[in-house]
Each structure stands twice: as structure tokens, then as C-alpha cells.
Write a new protein. Structure first.
Lengths: 212, 316
């Protein structure tokens, strides 16, 4: 299976910048590779077209994230979003062509690796939207999605949807319950708590609303 | 062939090899969701629609049952189109050149698709996008070029035969775009494709924009490539546009075809005896820039060349 080893190393050359740099310095892991394959890979590590291919892969992945996470992108701004996406790509090799898989993994990355005003609640909301819309395997039951907001989502989310950075969003805990309607659209029921310290059942629910 | 030869690999059996009996469809357009209004309103501009079937379903991954779930809106649209014109599938999911495995479940899915919406031929890319990884398999999200050597020829030929056994219409492989080359190859690309078609009887999807891109970036001589290639195996041609980026020319499907691609099309059209269609590819996100009238002009120019060089098949 020499060829499988060759493709595995080539795959790392175009998805793992640090690895490519090591190979460029002559540190090619030779296990399982024929002499010809080792020569090919050593040359490829230096080839500008391999660097370009790596950038194309990253841009394709970034495009998927931008498509499914427009509010997170609006919140972070294009520069920080791209930086976070780059950090994510470095840590997480691509595993799927599909948008939802990539976006969910990026949400998980942001949840663990990043912080900032509104970030947790906005990422949780967009993650829930993706989970609600993605197809299920047979036998799986689609569960409702619960998102806790520390700021009023009826102010926060429309601002982001217009591409505006949120400022002075009222701080008040809300719990949003999302479910997939028969028409394939996601609907949300929102409950605002009367106090940040109390559980979110005190305020009047607003049901059936699409938040943005 | 660049270097030593050996006895030919298995000769083709009988499934789906008779390219001469395929219908000549004419001018095709690659489906993108952003083109739906255009497809609805300007159907007279093209004769068939080509669809990447992988975008009509969601792949839930190996082991999921069922693995592939239809995206209802897209499937309904394409099904509607089949009532007025042929729809040809052009897959990206096989990863037929991956050494560790290829997506046989994709073949099974295409077989189911054939039962639902029969097609006269189908195609994928001579490439790989799946590799082993740590801890899990990697999907590179890009069609990577295969090495042109005997090991790859044996590997891909066996898989082509798998596809042919499973789906009883001709299967085509597309010449890939590449931004780098492998050294010490046993074949040049055209010779490799010739050996593959000889071994399996498969057809070719000749992507002239890929060829042009490889000419720009790698110095491939496109006319020499076409002169070496056995053009009677070509069933379908792709044309598209690209863009300059950081010292490279990208196969971006981003607009009008550049003039060298039209020249290659004029060169190829009279020489491809079994050609059935020429398809224009455009990524949907670029449609606003090209515009419906710009797309009309691309398809109109393709039709004029088709009429000039392929009048008889069209009349039939």
C-alpha cells in the first residue's frame, strides 16, 4: 500500500502547513514510501502549486463557513472570522464536502477556543439552526434545540442579520426553543426570564417567531 | 508513453462501451441553484442540463442508513427539468483514484439514481479527494491529480469496471486540473487516458478549461495533448472560465471562457467522432457577474460551433 502512504503524506502537505514546512526542511516521514515517492513528495513540498492547492482547500472551507454562519461572521467581522477559520483549519483537517459538517465543527472550535461579547450565544443559535435543518438517519428523532441568550435575541439577531455590530443590547436572559415546522422552516419560542439569576420561565413566551 | 511499457491490462468487457450509439444531445448547461430562474426561462438556449448529483443529496457518512438523503427542493427541480430535456449526472463523489478505498456506496447511489431518472451516460473525475488520516479519513475538498503510472492504471481500471458492472450505460472520466506535477511518471496524461480507455472501454469527458489551466500553469502543450489523445473516446466536452490569482490561473468557473478555450473547442469538435455534448460550467456565485445575457452569449457561441462542426448529429 505504498500509494496509500503517498497520498496520505500528500494530503498532509496540503492541509497541514507545519507539516509542509517540516518536509521542506528535509524531514519527510519515509515509512511506507518507495524511493520514487519520497523524491516526488520532497519536490512537491517545495512546489508553489502545492501551496496554492492548500490555499484553495482553505478558501473552499472558509466559503462553507461563511454560507452557514452569516451572523457569526457579522459579529466577528471579516478579519477575525477569517483568522478564526484559519486557526480552525490548522487544527481540524477537512473530513466532508458538506457545509453542515464543516460549520458544526467550526462552531465547536469557536465554543472551545474563542471568547467575546455575544459569541457564545450567537454561535449556539446558528449551530442550533444547522442541527434543526440537517437531514437525519432513519430512526433518529429530531429534537428541539434550546439556546440560552444572555441578551435579548429579538434585538441582537436582527442587528447581526443587517450586518451591524451589536451595541447596547439589553442584558436579560432568554431561552429560545427552536423546532422544525412542517414547512421546513425553523420556528422559535422565546421565554425571557424576569431576572438574570432565575430560570427562564417567568416572562411571557412569544411563540412561533422566526428570529431573523 | 514516456517510459517502458508492459503487456496491456485486461481488455474491456461489454458493458456500456458502445459510444457510437449514444444520443447527440448538443449544448448543455451545468446546474447550479442560482441558475434556476435562467434554466426555467431560457430553456431554448441549451439542449440538456448537467447536474453534479452530489449536491442533490446530503451524505450522512459511511455507516449511516440510508447514507444519502435527498435535498427535496433540488431533486424536485431537477425532476421537473427531466420532463423537458435530458439530465446528465457528473459526479464528484467517487474519489476513484484514492489508493486506500473509493466510494463504492456512491456507485450504488448512482445506480439507484439511474433507476429513478435514467441517463444515457454519467461521469466523474480522474482524481482523488479521500486520503487516510489521523485519526480519521481526510476529504481534501478538492479533486487531486492522480499519478500517471502502472499502479494507478491498474487501480482505476478495476474501479471503472466496478462502475460499469453496476450501471449499464457508458461511464466517462474527466481529465483533471492540476496546479503541480508528479515527477518520474510512467505516462504523460494523454497516454494514461488512452491506456485507461483501452483497458476498460470507458469514455472521456474532455474538460478544455482544465487543459487550458494546465497549459497556463504547468506548460502543457494543449494541442499536442489533443493530438495524442484518442478523441473517439470523448463523449462530452466542458468549457468554462477562470481567473488569475497570485501568479496562477485558476479553474474557477467564474465567467466567460477565454479565447484559447474556444480555439481548443474548434480544434476538438471536428475530431471527436462520438461527441454527444458540450457543457458550459459556471459556479452559481458568479452568475450575477456574468449575467443572463452573458450566459446567453456563451451558450450561443457554443451552439454556433456545434452547428458548424457537428451539424449532422444535431440534425439527427
Amino acid at each position: 500500500m505504498s500509494q496509500a502512504a503517498f497520498q496520505r503524506v500528500l494530503g498532509r502537505l496540503v492541509t497541514d502547513r507545519a507539516f509542509r514546512a517540516r518536509v521542506q526542511r528535509g524531514k519527510l516521514p519515509a515509512a511506507g514510501l518507495s524511493a520514487c515517492e519520497q523524491r516526488r513528495l520532497a519536490a512537491l513540498a517545495l512546489a508553489p502549486g502545492v501551496g496554492l492547492t492548500a490555499r484553495l482547500i482553505d478558501s473552499f472551507r472558509l466559503g462553507k463557513l461563511l454560507t452557514l454562519l452569516p451572523l457569526t461572521r457579522a459579529l466577528l467581522g471579516p478579519v477575525r472570522f477569517a483568522r478564526e477559520a484559519e486557526a480552525y483549519c490548522v487544527r481540524t483537517p477537512p473530513v466532508s464536502f458538506y457545509l453542515a459538517d464543516e460549520a458544526l465543527a467550526f462552531c465547536d472550535h469557536l465554543r472551545i477556543a474563542s471568547a467575546g461579547a455575544h459569541l457564545a450565544e450567537v454561535v449556539a443559535y446558528e449551530r442550533a439552526m444547522i442541527e434543526l435543518k440537517r437531514p437525519l438517519v432513519d430512526g433518529a428523532v429530531r429534537t428541539e434545540q434550546r439556546v440560552v441568550f444572555e441578551h435579548d435575541p429579538s434585538v441582537l439577531l436582527p442587528l447581526l442579520a443587517r450586518g451591524e455590530r451589536p451595541r447596547r443590547v439589553p442584558r436579560r436572559r432568554h431561552v429560545a426553543i427552536g423546532f422544525l415546522g412542517a414547512d421546513g422552516q425553523v420556528d422559535w419560542r422565546i421565554k425571557a426570564s424576569s431576572s438574570r439569576a432565575k430560570p427562564p420561565q417567568a416572562a411571557q413566551p412569544r411563540s412561533g417567531r422566526r428570529l431573523v | 508513453m514516456r517510459s517502458g511499457s508492459r503487456p496491456a491490462v485486461d481488455t474491456p468487457t461489454s458493458v456500456g462501451r458502445d459510444l457510437a450509439r449514444l444520443p447527440a444531445l448538443g449544448i448543455g448547461l451545468g446546474y447550479q441553484a442560482q441558475l434556476r430562474d435562467y434554466i426555467r426561462s431560457r430553456r431554448e438556449r441549451f439542449d440538456f442540463l448537467e447536474v453534479v448529483p452530489d449536491i442533490l443529496w446530503t451524505d450522512l457518512g459511511r455507516g449511516a442508513e440510508p447514507r444519502y438523503r435527498d435535498i427535496k427542493q433540488d431533486v424536485a427541480f431537477v425532476r421537473g427539468v427531466t420532463e423537458t430535456m435530458p439530465v446528465i449526472p457528473h459526479s464528484i463523489g467517487l474519489s476513484i483514484g484514492s489508493a486506500h478505498r473509493y466510494e463504492y456506496e456512491h456507485v450504488q447511489q448512482m445506480s439507484r439514481w439511474f433507476e429513478r431518472l435514467p441517463f444515457p451516460w454519467h461521469s466523474d473525475h480522474l482524481a482523488f479527494h479521500l486520503t487516510q488520516g489521523d485519526p480519521s479519513e481526510i476529504n481534501l475538498n478538492l479533486t487531486m491529480p492522480v499519478t500517471f503510472d502502472w499502479e494507478t492504471l491498474d487501480l482505476v481500471a478495476e474501479r471503472v469496471r466496478d462502475v460499469q458492472r453496476r450501471i449499464p450505460v457508458p461511464f466517462l472520466l474527466e481529465n483533471n486540473v492540476a496546479y503541480f506535477e508528479y515527477g518520474e511518471s510512467a505516462f504523460d496524461e494523454a497516454s494514461f487516458l488512452n491506456a485507461l480507455t483501452k483497458a476498460t472501454g470507458c469514455g472521456l469527458l474532455l474538460d478544455l478549461h482544465n487543459l487550458h489551466t494546465n497549459a497556463r500553469n504547468l506548460g502543457v502543450d494543449p494541442l499536442a495533448f489533443l493530438d495524442r489523445l484518442e478523441l473517439d473516446r470523448v463523449v462530452e466536452i466542458h468549457v468554462a472560465g477562470g481567473l488569475e490569482f497570485d501568479g496562477f490561473y485558476l479553474d474557477a468557473h467564474s465567467g466567460a471562457s477565454p479565447e484559447p478555450v474556444w480555439l481548443l473547442l474548434e480544434h476538438a469538435l471536428p475530431r471527436c467522432a462520438n461527441l454527444c455534448g458540450v457543457v458550459f460550467e459556471l459556479f452559481g456565485s458568479w452568475f450575477d457577474e456574468l449575467g443572463p445575457d452573458g450566459l446567453d452569449r456563451q451558450l450561443g457561441r457554443m451552439r454556433a460551433l456545434w452547428a458548424k462542426y457537428r451539424a449532422e448529429p444535431l440534425a439527427a
